[in-house]
Design a protein around this ligand. Structure first.
Ligand SMILES: NC(=O)c1ccc[n+]([C@@H]2O[C@H](COP(=O)([O-])OP(=O)(O)OC[C@H]3O[C@@H](n4cnc5c(N)ncnc54)[C@H](OP(=O)(O)O)[C@@H]3O)[C@@H](O)[C@H]2O)c1
Length: 226
């Protein structure tokens, strides 16, 4: 399927996977709304519409979608890439960190999905992709809270997939393994990320998923290095 002239919303678009994905979607002639807190500082081709967004701020979410509604009457694609890591012993994690991880990785992505879903229902068409993690498929001892947020996002995604079917909306879960995103790994400078995947490779797989015929392919993608 060609993506030409499709309209996409990408969260977490200011760095790592989200940024790489926006750049690939532009090459596919997709009109992209790129969302993140620091998006104004991010360099993109001029066609990309940058919208500053803190997904922990409900008022800010409404403002962002007001701006999107002023520019388009339909959204074909949502890719939820916004996320924050946390590698820390459970006993040392603060309540603020727990609220932040759940606020971004789980609640924030759900709020955005709901805004887009309501608009997609009206058109009876769309594809929502939630970027989860292999930490949403297994437990990791230093990632208790991060894993919990990603398992939650996985449960949401699997359930939304069932609800969305009646509205001709496709919902996919993407589970990447470790990616070489410098911003993401600032939280754990000791982590050796040299062998991790380039986010561009994962972004390419997401574009392939967006182009695929969903009556044939599974709506789920686990991407790990060999
Ligand atoms: N890196 C890995 O090894 C890895 C592996 C598996 C899955 N993942 C997942 O893949 C996704 C992308 O990660 P990445 O590696 O590309 O990390 P990244 O480079 O740190 O990107 C994270 C993005 O999320 C945005 N973000 C963070 N907090 C936000 C908030 N409160 N409101 C709005 N946006 C916010 C950041 O933008 P601002 O700071 O500008 O807001 C940034 O654009 C995340 O969901 C992550 O959990 C990462």
């Amino acid at each position: 399927m060609k993506l030409t002239n499709k309209i996409a919303v990408v969260t977490g678009a200011s760095s790592g996977l989200g940024k790489a994905l926006v750049e690939l979607l532009v090459k596919e002639q997709v009109k992209v709304f790129a969302l993140a807190r620091s998006i104004e500082k991010t360099k993109f081709p001029t066609a990309v519409i940058k919208i500053p967004l803190n997904i922990r701020d409900l008022q800010n979410i409404d403002q962002a979608f007001d701006l999107i509604d002023q520019k388009t009457k339909k959204i074909d694609i949502l890719v939820n890439c916004a996320g924050r890591g946390l590698v820390k012993n459970f006993e040392d994690i603060t309540r603020e960190e727990i609220m932040d991880i759940f606020g971004i990785n789980l609640k924030g992505n759900i709020y955005i999905a709901q805004e887009v879903y309501k608009r997609m229902i009206l058109k009876k068409y769309g594809h929502i992709i939630n970027v989860i993690s292999t930490s949403g498929l297994k437990g990791r001892e230093a990632e208790t809270i991060y894993c919990a947020s990603k398992w939650g996002l996985r449960g949401f995604t699997e359930s939304l997939k069932l609800a969305a079917h009646a509205h001709n909306i496709r919902v996919s879960a993407v589970y990447p393994g470790g990616m070489k995103s410098e911003n993401f790994w600032k939280i754990a400078p000791q982590q050796d990320i040299s062998q991790y995947m380039d986010p561009i490779l994962v972004a390419k797989e997401i574009v392939n998923l967006l182009k695929s015929d969903y009556s044939i392919l599974p709506s789920e993608l686990v991407i790990e290095r060999n």
